[in-house]
Design a protein around this ligand. Sequence first.
Ligand code: SAM
Ligand code: SF4
Length: 334
Amino acid sequence: MTAPLIDPFQRPISYLRLSVTDRCDFRCVYCMSEQMTFLPKKDLLTLEELDRLCTSFINLGVEKLRITGGEPLVRRNIMSFFNAMSRHLDTGALKELTLTTNGSQLEKYAKDLFAAGVRRINVSIDTLEDAKFTEVTRWGRLSQVLRGLDAAQDAGLRVKLNAVALKNFNEDELFTMAEFCAKRDMDMTWIEVMPMGDIGNETRIGQYWSLKDLRATLAEKYTLTDLSERSGGPARYVRLEETGQKIGFITPLSHNFCESCNRVRITCTGSIYTCLGQEGNSDLRAPLRASDDPDALADAIRAAISLKPKGHDFDYSRQSVDGRVSRHMSHTGG
Ligand code: SAM
Ligand code: SF4
């Protein structure tokens, strides 16, 4: 009988976010620079290694697996990985298999994802205006993503929309986006922009817009009811009484959520980050490649979890953004 993963602060680890690639077909201004150098292929975990790793975590009690990136759906043969993971849904060991995507490939993959057992996905859209969409993603086209949304909903996937709150960029779309989601029966989450990685000289977009302000503006038009539900992550939810929708706020910077953190993140190269906001990490690729022994891998995972810190150090309260971490979100996976 394998003991479940418990960190030094008695938090059970039940949620794994896995980045399957650092590559992406977009270049969102707050996430990447336009000229990104991606990792050499040999550094990435193979699909077989990803499978062994996830299987080990699931055997150790992980019940929710979120696939992210980069853009997870641009990884070659990624559907074979989803199909392989569905065996853990069949046994009941895995309760949820999900992904966060920019939506560009959903038209192609929505049905296959549903067939593999995915039931809910997060799609990131920061604006509903064509020109602004291309401005923020640099390489993206809104029409393609909207076709992806249609395909996902037609396939039976429940969609939640993620938007990064950007001052002077999408502040004026707060109500339009809420209504767009209400019409499509989608919940949505606003994310505070986090200080991650070198993203070049962006000044116009990418500024911090406090979700406290956003929430106050939302309350001018809608009746907000706080929901007690917690996902073990940084999101806090309200319901808009007029539409029945759930709106989440991910506020790692203005609200401390670490006490209930149940998650760890793994990069596409097999580094495990037990806190999104800290540099500390352990390498799981070396033990994965050193032997096929599942016990050795489980030991390496336990050793990594024993180093999970109590919390993050992001801080926007001073003049500069303190607690900055050097890696890109696309490396760790959002
Ligand atoms: N490519 C996929 C997507 O865009 O949904 C998955 C990976 S992306 C890194 C995951 C999420 O992180 C997206 O919702 C994105 O908007 C968000 N993100 C990226 N960089 C961020 C930053 N610096 N601060 C806050 N959120 C960020
Ligand atoms: Fe790509 Fe997602 Fe980063 Fe945008 S946020 S560049 S879609 S990984």
